[in-house]
Design a protein around this ligand. Sequence first.
Ligand code: GDP
Ligand code: MN
Length: 428
Amino acid sequence: MDAFEAFIALVFVIALQVGPNIAYLQYMKRAMRRPWNVKIDPNYRPRITVIVPTYNEAKVIEMKLQNLNSLAYPEDKLEVIVVDSASTDGTLDLCRQWLTRNNFKFKIILLSEPIRISKSHALNYALKYANGEIIVVTDADAILTPDILIKAIPYLADPEVEAISGRERIVNANACFIAKMESVYRDIYYMLRLGESKVHSTQIFQGEFAAYKRNLLELFVEDPGRSDDNGAVTEILRKGKRCLFIPEAIFYDAVPCNLIDYLRVKIRRAAHLQREFFVRLKLLAKGVLNIPKSILIANIYQHFVNPLIFFMLLVPLALYFLIELSKISLTLSTLLILAITMASISARRFIALYVISNIVLIIAFIRTLVPSKRQGWEAIRSSREYLNILRSLEKIKHPTSMRTTNTQRKSLIKLGGKPKVIVEAKQQ
Ligand code: GDP
Ligand code: MN
């Protein structure tokens, strides 16, 4: 194969990889503009249990409690459960101290597990104490906008909608190249998840903020290779019910600026997701997954076929082409490499994201093949630091676009005002 043939093959492979993705993105861009075919009831105020799982969250737990205290929701209709799994950094002590010093407006239950098994295990334990009709799961390191519930819960009024998830904003979006790159990913993620939700359901949830209907909710899957959020989505899709991404339900999270930490988080999340798609594929083959197939097939293409084409065809061909080109003209191949690296900032971000995503997916894929490498959870430290920025960010407390309207506020005041109870329990 000479340089010209390698070039033709390369163009073909790039088209094979990029084509279906662009086609799907275009389809979703159109779908996301459709109206919701959902019965949204803005006055729907079910009882809610907010569960916060914690493992060594001393750095953020006080901020989290403060944040939960700012949630707009009738005080007698919301309870919080913090479930800790044997943290060694005094997370629960900090919680207790914060609660004695501050006036927490909702009922709160502190639970403590004697050993750490997994996030899902902790959530299932907390479910035993939960009285809500709706279960909200929110990570300790995620900051919720005060009216996230007012914005999100009305979608659960539809009997077909079983769960909803929100939109992530990055706190430190301009802090470093990695955070900027992640923002590009989030923008694409936003279009895909919203489009998919309009068609039927998003197949990807984020544990930072997710709300589920309790009556139909099975326990969170405890398989260490799977995650609480996407495991629950599979169970819901199996019933043919809907899971929606709600763009107005906004929460904030921080991105690690350290490449190793970033890759660790991304690989763990990708591995969980691939495992989940694998489970769904098996359900699809059995004919028991009652949802539009196109979304599942497209996601499987993105999470499995893409990285395989990238590493087995694109990378080898590109290298081969460069070597052959260098044989003909070293200047030409150098110029080509220079042109790619000097691409505009946004193109560079996009190219970096593209390459890193494929690397993440392939490593995650290899890891999922090895059962002993299947991961549970770990706490990533470096991104927690950025969350402290939030304390001084007034805009998070009162995001301009997110203010509760006066009528909403009035109805909240009417309904609110129950005595606070702090219950503590240890697992037998
Ligand atoms: P990431 O957002 O995917 O990087 O995951 P995190 O490391 O932020 O973890 C998500 C949430 O689960 C955080 O609130 C953690 O403290 C919590 N968590 C992780 N593992 C455990 C566990 O074994 N038990 C409990 N109770 N919480 C956990
Ligand atoms: Mn997190």
